[in-house]
Write a protein that binds this ligand. Structure first.
Ligand code: ZN
Length: 218
C-alpha cells in the first residue's frame, strides 16, 4: 500500500476490467514519470468519453456522428445485417474481411439472472430495420423514435453472431423465433467450430472467417 493520491490512482485503475493490482501499480508508476501534456490528453480523453460518445441511430454502434461509418458507407451491402452483442465484436468481424454487410449491436445478451430481458437490448430497432413493422406491441412502445428510418433497405439476411456461450445462444434462439415473423428473411447463425462457452472477441480470425462463410440457415 502506498500513501495518498498514488494509492487512489492504483485503486481506481485496478477496478478496470482486465487490470489486476500489479498492472494497476505498473500503470500508476508509469504515469508518475510521463510528460504533463500526455497526462492532460489522458484526462481529456477520460472526460470526453461520457459526453462525446454517441450511438449510431441505425445500428447502435458507437459513433462519432449520428450515423456510423459503416451504415454511411454506400459500398456495403445494406441487405445483410450481422447481429452482435457489443461494438467491439464489430471490430473482430471486420478484421476477418469476410463480411461486407452492415451490423446491429444489441448492447448485450439475454441474461435473466442479471435482469437483462429483451427490452434491455436493442431489439425493437432491429425489428424496425428489418420490417418497418413491429410484431411485439410492447417492444414497439419502447422504441424511441418511429420516424428514424427515412429509407428502409430490403433486408435479405440476418446473421446471428452473438457469443458462443449460454447467454449468446439463448439470445440467438430468441431472435430466430422472433424473426420467423418475416417469412422472406434468411436467418443464419455462425457455423460450428466456434469454441463453446467463449466470447467472440477471443475467437481467432481464421475460425471466425470459416464460421461466417459456413454459416447455417436457421
Ligand atoms: Zn451504424
Amino acid at each position: 500500500m502506498f500513501e495518498g493520491p498514488l494509492q487512489d490512482l492504483i485503486d481506481e485503475l485496478s477496478r478496470l476490467p482486465g487490470v489486476g493490482p500489479k498492472s494497476a501499480q505498473r500503470i500508476a508508476f508509469h504515469l508518475l514519470h510521463v510528460d504533463p501534456n500526455d497526462i492532460t490528453r489522458l484526462q481529456e480523453a477520460l472526460g470526453g468519453v461520457r459526453d462525446g460518445v454517441q450511438f449510431c441511430r441505425i445500428c447502435c454502434n458507437i459513433s462519432r456522428d449520428e450515423v456510423c461509418r459503416i451504415c454511411a458507407d454506400s459500398g456495403r451491402d445494406a441487405g445483410m445485417i450481422c447481429v452482435v452483442e457489443e461494438p467491439k465484436d464489430i471490430q473482430v468481424i471486420e478484421r476477418t474481411g469476410e463480411f461486407s454487410g452492415r451490423y446491429h449491436v444489441l448492447g448485450g445478451a439475454l441474461d435473466p439472472l442479471a435482469n437483462v430481458g429483451p427490452r434491455e437490448l436493442n431489439i425493437s430497432t432491429l425489428l424496425q430495420r428489418i420490417g418497418g413493422v413491429l410484431p411485439d406491441r410492447e417492444l414497439a412502445d419502447s422504441t424511441p423514435d418511429n420516424k428514424l428510418f427515412d429509407e428502409t433497405p430490403v433486408i435479405r439476411e440476418v446473421i446471428l453472431a452473438t457469443d458462443p456461450n449460454t447467454e449468446g445462444e439463448a439470445t440467438a434462439s430468441y431472435l430466430s423465433r422472433l424473426l420467423k415473423d418475416f417469412p422472406d428473411l434468411i436467418v443464419s447463425r455462425l457455423a460450428s467450430g466456434m469454441p463453446l462457452g467463449g466470447d467472440l472477441e477471443f475467437v481467432d480470425e481464421l475460425t471466425l472467417s470459416r464460421a461466417l462463410s459456413g454459416r447455417l440457415t436457421l
